[in-house]
Design a protein around this ligand. Structure first.
Ligand SMILES: Cc1cc2nc3c(=O)[nH]c(=O)nc-3n(C[C@H](O)[C@H](O)[C@H](O)COP(=O)(O)OP(=O)(O)OC[C@H]3O[C@@H](n4cnc5c(N)ncnc54)[C@H](O)[C@@H]3O)c2cc1C
Length: 499
């Protein structure tokens, strides 16, 4: 962000004038996630020495967090490097030997490790039946055909029809249901199973789109999603290695942890006098040239020329010529009004408000012994009683019905007997109110019910624990932004990972 007083084209631009006059512009980066660290690294590499990173939580990495569980490294946040050539994260990992050796054939099948390559997904119903593989494949083909249709609206500029209400969920349910209903070869019970599978597929899709439901993802923009060619790689030692690589060239004195910013006063001309009045004790300057990143009091009036003032939660005020804000969309949605003074321009506010994002959590369950067969790579939950529902929304005590599946983590030598599941939307927030034991017990019951097995006894459950430690914030476990449904079009639609 730059003060709106001075355009970047202007000769008065503090960035360029600072360089000309050898006064280094003071740049503050808010957030020490991948984006903030990458920006800081580039600035330092390009000769800017007055750079400070202010991070609300007590650690770097943001939505990347790898934890050690016994011999397994579990990813509570980002897991995969999606695609290879042209993906900077891939190149960083590859250049630093973080990826495991793989053959061309392995790369061609997509996901490397974590999930078995030749395994089979077990689609189980709530009455403990396994849906035959043939039927699953038949439904999957139908779903994928309709998925292709959803892509055409964006890719071919096809106008959305009124009945779909510009929603991926409504469109998909409508078309898939019609095709299932008119199929003369299927019995009523087969039709019911397929309709139930549709709901399960939409739950998976909503986790992948980080949306509470696919009814809130806009059909007109859905095809915007593009994939970088190549496999989806994992980093056996943990995605945190990428964070560490980015942080390696950043002096630790540059990063200020546990330093939440309350408000960015970014058009300072209007407020200058008010702040000058306050400047006695409250305005402080982060003078880290003295290799001390604690924000130090300073009363030099010259510094009041800085166009931006940052008001910290701990009441410190920090001056800057430029600020780069890397807070997530979820944080901006919740806080942008209080976080920027004056408010952000209308187009940015509209973009923040129109783009959607949802809580997306992972659940890890660890077992002493596997109760699943060796070829099983996932257990998918198909609720037969949901066949005819529109968009399922669950009350708090039934939050677990939103869990779409558990994947078997592979290989066992690395992960032990570990299952990993996803949940998103309001139900994820309900889950977060439960303690780990309750989550583990509930998920164990769910697995017992769907696999009709008395077997599985989960002895340890892990829920996602990435919390942003500052008072006003909800636990944002967001994966990626999605474009909103129905009342679109909104501006700046995006469906790519922020990383
Ligand atoms: C469960 C989950 C799974 C994911 N899986 C994948 C995956 O497999 N592959 C992939 O590529 N991506 C994945 N992602 C997405 C990926 O983690 C993010 O896109 C990426 O980490 C975002 O980095 P960022 O720096 O933009 O934002 P963040 O990591 O959110 O960093 C922003 C930082 O800003 C700080 N901050 C916010 N407000 C303030 C404030 N007021 N003052 C000071 N600091 C502040 C926050 O504490 C945070 O550290 C996943 C995300 C989640 C949650």
């Amino acid at each position: 962000m730059q003060s709106c007083e001075i355009s970047s084209e202007s000769t008065d631009d503090p960035l360029s004038s600072g360089l000309r006059t050898h006064r280094q512009p003071r740049i503050v980066v808010i957030g020490a996630g991948l984006a903030g660290l990458a920006a800081t690294k580039v600035l330092l590499k390009n000769g800017f020495t007055d750079v400070t990173v202010l991070e609300a939580s007590d650690h770097i990495g943001g939505r990347v967090l790898s934890v050690q569980q016994g011999k397994a490294t579990l990813e509570l946040g980002a897991t995969w490097i999606h695609g290879a050539i042209g993906n900077p994260v891939y190149h960083l990992a590859e250049d630093n030997g973080l990826l495991e050796d793989t053959t061309d054939e392995e790369r061609s099948v997509g996901r490397i490790s974590l999930y078995t390559k030749n395994g089979v997904s077990h689609y189980q119903t709530n009455v403990g039946k396994r849906i035959p593989k043939d039927l699953v494949e038949e439904f999957s083909d139908l779903y994928n055909e309709v998925y292709e249709l959803t892509q055409e609206f964006f890719q071919n500029g096809k106008p959305v029809c009124a009945e779909s209400q510009n929603s991926v969920g409504i469109f998909t349910r409508d078309v898939v249901r019609k095709r299932i209903t008119v199929d003369p070869d299927d019995s009523e019970s087969t039709k019911k199973l397929k309709l139930s599978m549709l709901q399960q597929y939409l739950k998976v899709e909503s986790c992948e789109s980080s949306s509470p439901s696919m009814d809130e993802v806009s059909l007109s923009e859905f095809g915007e999603w593009t994939e970088i060619p190549g496999a989806h790689y994992v980093i056996p030692e943990g995605f945190m290695k990428i964070v560490e690589l980015l942080a390696r060239d950043i002096p630790s004195s540059t990063v200020c942890l546990s330093k939440p910013i309350r408000c960015i006063h970014w058009n300072f001309s209007a407020q200058r006098q008010e702040v000058i009045d306050k400047s006695d004790d409250t305005i402080r300057d982060n003078n880290h040239n003295e290799n001390n990143h604690s924000c130090r009091p300073r009363r030099d009036p010259v510094k009041l020329r800085s166009p931006i003032f940052l008001e910290c939660e701990d009441e410190e005020w920090i001056m800057a010529d430029h600020v780069i804000v890397t807070a997530s969309l979820g944080v901006l949605k919740q806080n942008h009004e209080a976080m920027f003074s004056p408010s952000l321009p209308d187009d940015k506010v509209l973009a923040i408000e129109k783009l959607g994002i949802s809580t997306t959590d992972k659940i890890f369950l660890e077992f002493e012994e596997p109760f699943w067969s060796p070829e099983c790579n996932s257990i998918q939950f198909v609720w037969e009683d949901e066949a005819q529902l529109e968009q399922p929304v669950y009350p708090e005590d039934l939050w677990y019905k939103k869990i779409c599946s558990f994947d078997v983590l592979y290989p066992p030598e690395r992960y032990g007997h570990m299952l990993s599941g996803w949940i998103c939307g309001q139900e994820a927030l309900y889950m977060e109110r439960c303690d780990d034991e309750t989550v583990a017990e509930t998920c164990t019951e769910l697995l017992r019910r769907f696999t009709a097995s008395a077997g599985p006894v989960c002895w340890r459950g892990h829920t996602q624990e990435i919390l942003f430690h500052y008072p006003w914030c909800f636990a944002v476990r967001t994966e990626r932004s999605h474009s909103p449904g129905r009342d679109v079009p909104g501006p700046a639609q995006s469906s790519t990972y922020k990383a």
